[in-house]
Design a protein around this ligand. Structure first.
Ligand code: TMP
Length: 225
């Protein structure tokens, strides 16, 4: 496929959404056609499923049911939004993707990794990200950020520190397992400093892996956002 799928991952409170927005603006400014999207969501069904799976009204839910809600959203998202955009040559930036399922439903909920990988492949039709940025920070810092944001915790954010710690270890393990595709980024400190690291990784990817030229040397700075 001519486009590139770049995914951004991390525990709740790691700053993914901020970094994804900065990256989207940066790449657009640099002249790339960008589609910024997120999971669960990005389609009418995905948005409805997001409300259901993250809403506090859901009550106790089996891990398998939760998994299938995320995967149903992903199947729609890949088929109707991500693949068509990649086929048109866009850089697709996705806030969460398959690694969230491995970490949250695997490390968090205890589902079997082999089963998760197979089920996820069914949802994605085998589509894998070209680059995954994993934002890493200590759980205490993530919780401080979530508390400071002032908004009510969603169903998974409400799980607490021990759950978040398992997720963090899961992401660290994924990053160790595949250093080619997954890049770990230290996410402590101001958003602009974190973005400088993210930008560096994406520039390197687009230049080296994708063999692109010097389109990314424009005057854009994080403060422009
Ligand atoms: P977020 O959009 O604020 O990151 O919230 C999405 C939540 O859903 C977050 O807690 C992670 C969780 N999640 C899963 O458990 N599995 C998945 O496959 C995805 C995409 C998200």
């Amino acid at each position: 496929m001519p486009g590139y799928l770049i995914t951004i991952e991390g525990i709740d409170g790691a700053g993914k959404t901020t970094q994804a927005a900065l990256l989207g603006r940066y790449l657009t400014h640099a002249g790339y056609a960008v589609l910024a999207t997120h999971e669960p969501g990005g389609t009418p069904l995905g948005d409805k499923l997001r409300e259901i799976v993250l809403g506090q009204g859901l009550g106790p839910t089996t891990a398998a049911a939760e998994l299938f809600l995320y995967l149903a959203a992903r199947a729609e998202h890949v088929a109707r939004v991500i693949r068509p955009a990649l086929e048109r040559g866009l850089v697709v930036l996705c806030d969460r993707f398959s690694d969230s399922t491995l970490v949250y439903q695997g490390c968090g909920r205890g589902l079997d990794f082999g089963l998760l990988t197979a089920a996820d492949a069914l949802a994605t039709g085998g589509l894998r990200p070209d680059l995954t940025i994993i934002l890493d920070l200590p759980v205490e810092e993530a919780q401080r950020r979530l508390a400071a944001s002032g908004r009510a915790a969603d169903r998974l954010e409400a799980e607490g520190a021990e759950f978040l710690q398992r997720l963090r270890l899961g992401y660290l393990a994924l990053a160790r397992e595949d250093k080619e595709r997954r890049v770990l980024v230290e996410a402590t400190g101001p958003a602009a400093a974190v973005f400088a690291r993210v930008r560096n990784i994406v520039e390197t990817f687009l230049r080296e892996k994708a063999g692109l030229g010097d389109a990314l040397t424009g005057p854009f700075r994080p403060r422009d956002c």
